[in-house]
Design a protein around this ligand. Structure first.
Ligand SMILES: Nc1ncnc2c1ncn2[C@@H]1O[C@H](COP(=O)(O)OP(=O)(O)OP(=O)(O)O)[C@@H](O)[C@H]1O
Length: 328
């Protein structure tokens, strides 16, 4: 018997025709159709497959992707009206805090202008593999698997895509082998152009979180982003104020370089929930650049504000679905 035959016999004995086996050298990949299985049944089947394959006929690595419950997966867009307000940083930390709160979270980095999630989540330079043309998210040290636009192009190259191409690439990321993830956090490009609109219309997130700094210019742009989602019929989950209040590391005096409370007032004016604020601190930038998100470190000063935002978010009633505007 060949390595493949031996491995396939083991897989069939456990999962019957629910499982499809692919072998690549000594690596085994199994796509498991978990439709109708309870979570414990599926976990048991995955564990049995892993045990049966590991070490059998020279298999050195086993990957199992369960495909079911796709319809139950929520796509949550994190967006901003303008660049540089910390949207990607907040998206990474929200994903980790959501995962710590018990959700099974994946990160889709759709920021074609500056895909920074591989760096933020500590996996810069990694590339996803594909199984049956489906991308397999890259595991990160923080329990949040990742697929990024930046992984689809050569490092350092600009991504010059128009709306349909960007939406096609986004499709590859969203339709990746997300297994049991129940929530995908989508880091959108900043702004309200065609690319964003195409993505939003085509992939219909369940809700959008908007990130803004407290200053007026950022809030005006955030209001535009909110308008884009509302026109497309995507509920706004809430607004997060980033870079709110600077604590001087030397004298500990608090100053407000971008103003104070602007986002909370804007949220009230717009009738959308205000989820909370994150201070401006050098430590966020340093930790983010080092691929060590503060949401994963209970000792970090920003850990609590991020956890509080996720807590406020999870307490919200499901957002009412606004009337869907006719596509432009
Ligand atoms: N609260 C904060 N305090 C200090 N620095 C921050 C904070 N939030 C983000 N930053 C830093 O600001 C810079 C921009 O952040 P980030 O890349 O997340 O912004 P962005 O809105 O996603 O920008 P773009 O969409 O243009 O990529 C980064 O260097 C990041 O580390």
């Amino acid at each position: 018997m060949t390595t493949y035959d031996t491995a396939e016999a083991a897989v069939t004995a456990i999962a019957g025709d629910r499982a499809t086996l692919r072998m690549d050298g000594t690596r085994a990949g199994v796509v498991l159709d978990a439709t109708g299985l309870s979570a414990p049944e599926r976990d048991d089947m995955e564990a049995a497959l892993r045990t049966a394959l590991t070490g059998r006929a020279g298999v050195t690595e086993v990957r199992i992707v369960a495909t079911a419950e796709r319809s139950a997966r929520a796509l949550i867009a994190v967006a901003s009206g303008k660049g540089g307000v910390g949207k990607s940083t907040i998206a990474a930390n929200l994903a980790i805090a959501l995962s710590r709160a018990g959700r099974r979270v994946g990160m889709v980095d759709a920021d074609i202008y500056g895909p920074s999630q591989p760096r933020l989540l500590g996996v810069e330079g990694t590339r996803p593999e594909a199984l049956d043309k489906q991308l397999i998210p890259v595991l990160t040290p923080y329990g949040v698997p990742l697929l990024s636009m930046g992984q689809l192009v050569e490092p350092g190259r600009a991504i010059a895509w128009r709306g349909p191409m960007a939406a096609g690439a986004l499709g590859q990321l969203v339709e990746g082998a997300w297994g049991r993830a129940d929530t995908l956090v989508l880091d959108l490009p900043p702004g309200t152009g065609d690319v964003q609109l195409t993505m939003v219309q085509k992939y219909r997130p369940a809700g959008a979180v908007i990130v803004s700094t407290p200053q007026d210019l950022s809030l005006i742009d955030a209001t535009r982003a909110i308008d884009l989602f509302q026109k497309a019929g995507i509920p706004i989950i809430g607004l997060i104020e980033n870079m709110a209040g600077y604590i001087c590391p030397h004298c500990h005096e608090i100053s407000d370089p971008f103003g104070l409370g602007g986002a909370e007032a804007a949220a009230a004016d717009l009738g959308i929930p205000f989820l909370g604020r994150i201070p401006l601190t050098g430590s966020i930038r340093a930790a983010s650049d080092a691929g060590k998100p503060p949401a994963a470190d209970p000792g970090d000063a920003v850990f609590a504000p991020i956890a509080a935002i996720v807590d406020a978010w999870l307490r919200l009633p499901p957002p009412a679905q606004p009337a869907v505007a006719a596509p432009r």
